[in-house]
Design a protein around this ligand. Structure first.
Ligand code: SF4
Length: 103
């Protein structure tokens, strides 16, 4: 009987290998309110849970925040909340955004 080797994967480590060319001109993701703290809490909480890069946060003071700089461009937030609080989701401008690095 063979044993399957245990493999441990660190998502943070894998994401940390990526390179990001951040578009300082603005975010490729927009919301129904300019101030993310004004967004519906239940909908925002969905984004906190689904974003693989953990870019949607609710701080200890209850304030919501979002930082597009580390976006993996997976589109999960768009699929999750495009009918509610995600108003705009575009691919980043050419030469901007994530550059995946493996190995
Ligand atoms: S596209 Fe993916 S990585 Fe980027 S903010 Fe949305 S859920 Fe997070």
């Amino acid at each position: 009987m063979s044993t399957v080797p245990e493999i441990t994967v660190s998502v943070d480590e894998l994401i940390g290998a990526n390179k990001y060319n951040v578009d300082e001109g603005g975010s490729h993701i927009g919301f129904t309110a300019e101030d993310v703290d004004a967004l519906d809490e239940a909908e925002f909480l969905k984004l906190v849970k689904v974003c693989p890069a953990a870019l949607y946060k609710i701080g200890p003071d209850g304030r919501k925040s979002f930082d597009y700089a580390g976006c993996l461009e997976c589109g999960t937030c768009r699929i999750c909340c495009e009918d509610t609080i995600v108003a705009r989701w575009n691919n980043p401008a050419p030469m901007m955004g994530v550059q995946y690095r493996f190995g």
